[in-house]
Design a protein around this ligand. Sequence first.
Ligand code: SAH
Length: 349
Amino acid sequence: MSEWKDLRSLTMDELTEAVVGAGEKKFRAKQIYGWLHQKLVRSPEEMKNVPRDLLSRLTEDHPLYGVTEIERYVSGLDGTMKFLFRLHDGNLIESVLMKYKHGNSVCISSQAGCRMGCRFCASTLMGLARNLTPAEMLDQIYAIRSATGERVSNVVVMGTGEPFDNYESLSRMITILTDPEGMNLGSRSITVSTCGIIPMIYRFADEHPQVNLAISLHASNDATRRELMPVARSYGMDQLMEAARYYVDKTRRRITFEYSLVKGVNDHRRQAEELAGLVRGLNCHINLIPVNPIRERDYQQADTGHIAAFKGLLEQKHIQVTVRREMGRDISAACGQLRKGYKERNGER
Ligand code: SAH
């Protein structure tokens, strides 16, 4: 439990327990929760109407650790902003603010680094440093909201890290983010993307049936998927599709499959056909992402013609499909371009 000790990681119920445990009235918990999750204060001193001694007693056991912005990059292409944040222990993470006509999305990281090892992804190159706490996930959203004044209408857990490799913190983060006493974001405005850790897909469907799920598929068969994603060696395609069907049946929600198109690896017509077969009859949406090349690997984007043909074939089979509009490529804010370190990025732009 120790990693959830942060004051901002406590649910309303837990905070109430802590406040009552400190000999104070319940309503103090509601006040503090409001300061933390609605007024988005960054230090206990800012909680004006809360007794000092209660705050110092609480923060002894439950320190308030936030993220600190150390750099911001703004895309000249589409206004996308990338934030480099430092955690209290010095680890660095990145988050992205994307502005759309229908509202703003914040893309948050769930881990510092990642241990999934997907071949095409920059976020995993240096391995996993550690899991983020619920507070550190929330504070990426809060810090961006406070620093820019922008409203946040959607949150996507698609930054660095594998959210289902940090399930407990993710789950708690969702509970707090959707709490009416907190930011009160609708569950339907949250999307979690996983590389396919199957047991957690079942748990997620059971525990958060209103939250959107995206699965990074990237292949139409086991052989190709294993080549691109080490996680596919533990979980086969058949079981993965079974889990996806469970999510759809259980939640009555459409599921998204992400499919990054890599030239000569997974962009063939045959693979589009195979993919169509895999998802037949499933309420889903396929999001094609022309792979963003990273300098450590020689994967290339599929040709425009191949992308169009791949999409066309799926459409012919009446499968909902879009090509993801890449945001912030000029500032390395696009899919797979987020990195753990600061120095690691030098020389990239
Ligand atoms: N770990 C989670 C979420 C993070 S990545 C997951 O795997 O889903 C968000 C999406 O970007 C995933 O679909 C991921 O596979 C994809 N991605 C990673 N590197 C990429 C790259 N270089 N080009 C395009 N998409 C990439």
